[in-house]
Write a protein that binds this ligand. Sequence first.
Ligand code: WTA
Length: 663
Amino acid sequence: MAGDNEDEDVQLEARLAEQDSFEPSEEFVEQANVSDPGIYEEFEENWPDCWEGAADLLDWDEEYTEVLDDEDAPFYEWFGDGELNAAYNCIDRHIEEGRGDEVAIDWVGEPTDETRTYTYDELYEEVNQTAAAFRELGVEEDDVVTMYLPMIPELPIAMLACARIGAPHSVVFAGFSADALATRMKSADSEFLITCDGYYRRGDALDHLEKANEGLDDVDHDTTTVVVDRLGEEGFGHDLGEDQLDYADLIADHEGAEVEPVTRNAEDMLFLMYTSGTTGEPKGVKHTTGGYLAYTAWTTHAVLDVKPEDTYWCSADIGWITGHSYIVYGPLALGTTSVMYEGTPDYPEKDRLWEIVEDYDVTQLYTAPTAIRAFMKWGEEYPNEHDLSSLRLLGTVGEPINPRAWKWYYKHIGDEECPVVDTWWQTENGGHMVTTLPGIGTMKPGSAGPPLPGISANVVDTNGEEVEAGRAGYLTIDRPWPGMLRTLYKNDDRFIDEYWREYSDPDSDEWVYFPEDGAKIDEDGYITVLGRVDDVLNVSGHRLGTMEIESAIVGVEGVAEAAVVGGDHEMKGEAVYAYVITEDGHEGDEDLRKGIVAGVEDAIGPIARPEQVVFTDELPKTRSGKIMRRLLEDIANEEELGDTSTLRNPDVVSEIQQRVQND
Ligand code: WTA
């Protein structure tokens, strides 16, 4: 009877609300890639040789003789004298094992009638053709190739083509602005750009080439651009410029080409990925071929429990590190089938993801808390319309997940059968660092879990002393790991300053990595990550530097000064709040507000769009003239304000508060 069901539901909700720890099912544990709790101790005892197991997941052209070289710490080297090729590991070797007709990428377009399937054989053909075409263009080993592409198959194909010929790629998220593209191409001295005419977003065609061209106008050195025709007849009728080639024409000349994978040293750069830092300049994070690939393959195996016969789906964008590690390199290195989706979760309907899970019999789903909060808001009727019983494991990444959202995901998507892994890591880490292992650990909603085997993470106070259980402190990592960044591109000093200065003791050769996250640790060693402690915001799981946004705002005519902080946001986790002082003779009116929003979108992209712009005559400053950001955050969050008596201008606070409330 319906009434009974409702009662049952209410009881279930109540039970879930109270339950604060969960165990994986026996059925899951039995089939898990990693299920022996002894692994933690084993890694401890054998560290750093424990990482040989990760390296064993790869095929090496030349075996390494040393796992870790820490001679020149913190410029660590992993598997230093080993040699391999990443594209060979992601494609060829699976074909050699007779698995060429198995699906590598199941691509689902935004238009519901558009799908493409690439078997490993087909991926091999495409990647080889593209690699041959890149060579013809003049791409040589170690040249950085920039990719400014949305979620179309040509993106992973181009990445793997680069990996095959030993040219590092630098992928710029397609939602980033022309300015962001130009900054990254200039910083990397990149002479090659792979982009496309446009793409679909909720049914509309977006002009992408216009943005790319605008960016290219800002790049002084010579460039060659390859343009993928994504929209066909629905495109914008662009004429290609002198140094621009059509991708299809280019590769047509290389049908059937076979390009020998270039043997790379383990420490050779596989790719660059730019990420936001505390200063205006984005940081070019350098990842290598051996350590990175071994680490992503191992974590995909151990944490996401991926097996070759799975259909695994990570719904991130390849333009971010999650997509690099867990759509492209990790899953393909393991030879599984990976789903790649072009569109958004709510188009054409809010059940789109669940429709895809059902249609493809997806076994693992890896997504972000922001998405889960949206699913919750839309309601369980959308997943309930679909058979999700193929799912075996769920994952989240990118920002803290609140227990309510975790439990909703666990119940309504996983039917209480699938372990949920809450994976903490960063662009710089290459792969997962803190999470439960799904076949071993008790899960505690809201807490990512213990550090992975072989990873040594602590929560410390400002002196570097470990804090007591339950107390907030700073997350630190005091041992290297294979997937770690090796440096910031052409900026070793900044690498040391940003990550190692705070807690290391170089005199005694003790190096401690500081991720700039706050955290708590409980008596079982479970870590709850509280969020960034630097001036970086996390909006819908995307890292944005407040300085970058401020400098965009100050660049708008009529703005004298700006301060940007993060305010709590129900859906996005954090949202951008901008406090702005106008220049004399300019009004803080709707026109200027629009100008500021447009300025931020032009400089960074729509993801950085301010939620609120508050015009004020003054900003709260300390006597020494520093802006009190904490106070501005509290105002944004409408929280009780602490002591304001140390301010040079205490009166400004109530004035700003009023303006925030009136808005
Ligand atoms: C945050 C994304 C809490 C954190 C892979 C980190 C998280 C930043 C989690 C890195 C998580 C990532 N729980 N916070 N499970 N995962 N973060 O470089 O603040 O885009 O420093 O890498 O996201 O963001 P990035």
